[in-house]
Design a protein around this ligand. Structure first.
Ligand SMILES: C=C(O[C@@H]1C=C(C(=O)O)C=C[C@H]1O)C(=O)O
Length: 128
């Protein structure tokens, strides 16, 4: 029972202090992760609008493969599990591509709507 808090009050205080210290850093890192992700999504939303505007496909598998290769190698260098890094990036990319599809669909709906409006206008002016 060497690890019980009743028998080891000093270790117990040490563990609570260490947990508090480490969790303070985890709090900062999690905040940074949220901010980094928010900035990344701001960029990818712009990419999505550009692609929709110029009628490019929502996903770019070649770019994804390059990026995954690059991040796997960075993960290895920094002792992060590359399988986890790849899964994490794929999870984010899937959400980005879903956003790009939504943007593309709303753009093409807007274009179809505009075309219908233009044609109605043409019919009306031809009828007068
Ligand atoms: C952001 C883009 O769109 C998609 C999302 C990617 C990403 O989140 O890194 C990469 C390729 C594309 O499938 C892009 O083409 O750059």
């Amino acid at each position: 029972m060497g690890h019980s808090s009743v028998e080891q009050p000093e270790q117990d205080a040490y563990v609570r202090r260490e947990l508090r210290r480490l969790r303070a850093s985890i709090d900062n890192l999690d905040a940074a992760l949220v901010h980094l992700l928010a900035e990344r999504f701001k960029c990818t939303q712009e990419v999505g609008r550009l692609k929709a505007e110029y009628e490019l496909p929502p996903a770019d598998p070649a770019r994804e493969a390059e990026q995954i290769k690059r991040l796997r190698s960075l993960a290895e260098e920094s002792k992060l599990d590359p399988v986890f890094a790849e899964r994490f990036l794929n999870f984010i990319i899937a959400e980005v591509v879903r956003h790009h599809e939504l943007i593309a669909n709303s753009r093409s709906a807007a274009r179809a709507n505009q075309q219908a409006t233009d044609e109605t206008g043409l019919r009306r002016s031809a009828a007068t």
